[in-house]
Design a protein around this ligand. Structure first.
Ligand code: GNR
Ligand code: NI
Length: 168
């Protein structure tokens, strides 16, 4: 097991589009374990492979209170979205210290493979719906700040670049 390094916005690698997993094998299961360890250590409620510079369609997520209900989504697809939307204050491990409101469909139905390659479907609402959409965005090279105004995006960029310079 290993805690992996998380890329920080505005790293251009966060905008790569992840490739579908061809076969859910031991290599993928090891990636899932490392991603779960990284997510719990951060701590965060979700993590997309893109954030650890692996450009495969793999997500781990745990929105439970007890932090004991890991969910794994491989090659996730949103097959249905609700017409009604909801605004939620989002954050991201790749955009530390920044929180802002994003509007998304309130409920989504997601189809994916689990860590054994078995297909499943989940109807997500609440925090799970927010988080799974946020993670699928990462796989498509999209970071939540891209829903914000240009002005906010450029302020966030300079703030994070400055913070990174301060620790370097
Ligand atoms: O830990 C996380 N919290 C969070 C809060 C509100 C909306 C989305 C998230 S996901 C985030 C972890 C992360 O960056 N996943 O990509
Ligand atoms: Ni994120």
């Amino acid at each position: 097991m290993a805690v992996l390094n998380i890329l920080r916005y505005p790293d251009p690698r966060l905008h790569r589009v992840a490739e579908p997993v061809r076969e859910v094998d031991q290599h993928i299961r090891q990636l899932v374990r490392d991603m779960a360890e990284t997510m719990y250590a951060a701590p965060g409620i979700g993590l997309a492979a893109t954030q650890v510079d692996v450009h495969l369609r793999v997500i781990v997520l745990d929105v439970s209170e007890g932090r004991d209900q890991l969910r794994v989504f491989i090659n996730p697809e949103i097959v249905e979205r609700s017409v009604d939307s909801k605004v939620y204050e989002e954050g991201c491990l790749s955009v530390p210290g920044i929180y802002d409101e994003v509007e998304r469909p309130d409920r989504v139905t997601v189809r994916a493979l689990d860590e054994h390659g078995k297909p499943f479907t989940v109807e997500a609402d609440g925090l799970l719906a927010v988080c799974v959409q946020h993670e699928i965005d990462h796989l498509n090279g999209r970071v939540f700040v891209q829903y914000l105004s240009r002005l906010k995006q450029s302020r966030i960029k300079s703030r994070l670049l400055k913070a990174d310079r301060a620790v370097a």
